[in-house]
Design a protein around this ligand. Structure first.
Ligand SMILES: [Zn+2]
Length: 336
C-alpha cells in the first residue's frame, strides 16, 4: 500500500479540482499555499529536478547523503525529516508510509478532514523546505514554531474578513497577493436600445492586466444587465486562464444573489447561477461588492465605451489609454 487513505482514482473525476480547491482554501499565509502548490506539481528546485535540467550532475540528498532528493524525499521520505513529522501527532500513524509524490501525501492529509492538522502540516512542510534552503533555525524548532504561528496568523486574518462582510468598501482595493480582482459593470444606452458590458482585471499591485468592453442589445432590467456583466466577467477570467479571482461589482442585489447558498429564484436567477457555476470551476474565487466609486473603471469607462464598439474588444497587454489613466486616478483613492 502506498498511501494512507484511498487515493481518488479515475472513478472520481471531481477529486482533481477538489484537491486544488482544498489546497487554496487552507487558512495559511499565501506563501505557504504557493509552496504546497509548487510541491504538488513537483516544480520545486530539488536536486533531482535540477539534475533533470542539467544544472546539477548528481541528485543525492544532502541531509541523509543516501537517496535521490526529489520533492517527496526532501519533504517526507528523508530519514532526517522524520523527527519533525513525528511531533505532529496525527502524522505518526503513517510516518513510514511511502508516497509516490507529494501530492498523494497531501491528498491523504486532506482526507483526514482535520483543518488544524492540514494547516500545521502545511506550515511544517514549508519550514522543512525553508530550512533546507536557508538553514535558518534548527529542525527541532520547526514544530513548535508552526504551532505558535498558526493562531497568530488566524487572529491576524479574522478581523478583515468579518469587516468585509459587514461594510462595503467605497474605493477600489487591490486583491490579496496571488489573486486577481475582476471589476464588472453595465451601462445602458436607451437612445440606441443597447447596453455595454465592461470588465477590468487587476492584480494585487493594482496593475491592470486585462480589460473588456462589449456592446449588447438592451436587457429588460438593470439587474439583468448587472447579472450579464457578472457572467461576462467570470467567462472572461476562464478565457484568460486566471485561477484565483475576486469578482467585484457595484450592484448590491446581484452581490446578494451571488453570495447566497440557495439557487436564485429571481428573474435573473439563471444568469446568476451560470456565473456561480462557472466561477466554481476556478481554483478559488470570491464575490465582492464595492460602492460605485470603487468600480469606476469598469463602469464609467469600459461599459460606456461599448456604445461606440461594434464588436467585443479585449485588451490584454496593450490596455486602452483611457482605462490606464483611470486606474492611475483610482489608485489615488488607495490612501484611506
Ligand atoms: Zn535525505
Amino acid at each position: 500500500m502506498e498511501t494512507v487513505v484511498s487515493v481518488p482514482g479515475p472513478s472520481n473525476p471531481n477529486a482533481h479540482s477538489q484537491f486544488w480547491r482544498q489546497l487554496w482554501s487552507l487558512k495559511v499565509p499565501n506563501k505557504i499555499r504557493h509552496f504546497l502548490w509548487r510541491a504538488s506539481n513537483d516544480s520545486q528546485p530539488t536536486k533531482r529536478n535540477l539534475q533533470k535540467r542539467n544544472i546539477l550532475l548528481e541528485s543525492t540528498c544532502e541531509r541523509c547523503g543516501d537517496n535521490t532528493e526529489d520533492t517527496i524525499h526532501a519533504l517526507w521520505g528523508c530519514p532526517m525529516v522524520k523527527g519533525t513529522w513525528w511531533e505532529l501527532e496525527q502524522c505518526r500513524a503513517f510516518l513510514w508510509e511511502k508516497f509516490k509524490c507529494f501530492r498523494d501525501l497531501l491528498q491523504g492529509v486532506f482526507a483526514q478532514n482535520n483543518s488544524r492538522m492540514a494547516e500545521l502540516f502545511a506550515y511544517i512542510g514549508w519550514s522543512i523546505w525553508h530550512n533546507r534552503n536557508a538553514r535558518k533555525f534548527g529542525m527541532e524548532l520547526i514544530y513548535t514554531d508552526a504551532v505558535q504561528r498558526l493562531p497568530e496568523f488566524h487572529s491576524a486574518q479574522d478581523p478583515p474578513l468579518t469587516q468585509e462582510v459587514a461594510t462595503y468598501p467605497t474605493h477600489w482595493l487591490p486583491p490579496p497577493p496571488g489573486f486577481y480582482k475582476i471589476n464588472y459593470d453595465g451601462a445602458t444606452f436607451q437612445d440606441v436600445a443597447a447596453a455595454g458590458l465592461g470588465v477590468v482585471a487587476g492584480d494585487s499591485d493594482s496593475r491592470v492586466i486585462a480589460a473588456l468592453s462589449e456592446r449588447i442589445s438592451l436587457p429588460p432590467t438593470v439587474e439583468a444587465l448587472e447579472a450579464l456583466a457578472c457572467r461576462k466577467a467570470v467567462a472572461f477570467v476562464t478565457d484568460l486562464d486566471i485561477q484565483d479571482a475576486v469578482f467585484e461589482g457595484d450592484s448590491e442585489t446581484i452581490y446578494k444573489h451571488l453570495s447566497s447558498d440557495q439557487p436564485s429564484m429571481a428573474a435573473i436567477g439563471h444568469l446568476v447561477d451560470e456565473a456561480r457555476k462557472l466561477a466554481a470551476t476556478l481554483r478559488s474565487y470570491q464575490f465582492s461588492h464595492v460602492k460605485r466609486n470603487g468600480n469606476i473603471v469598469a463602469a464609467d469607462k469600459l461599459a460606456k465605451l461599448a456604445k461606440t464598439l461594434y464588436e467585443p474588444t479585449i485588451w490584454v497587454e496593450d490596455i486602452h489609454r483611457d482605462v490606464a489613466t483611470l486606474v492611475v486616478s483610482d489608485r489615488s483613492f488607495l490612501s484611506y
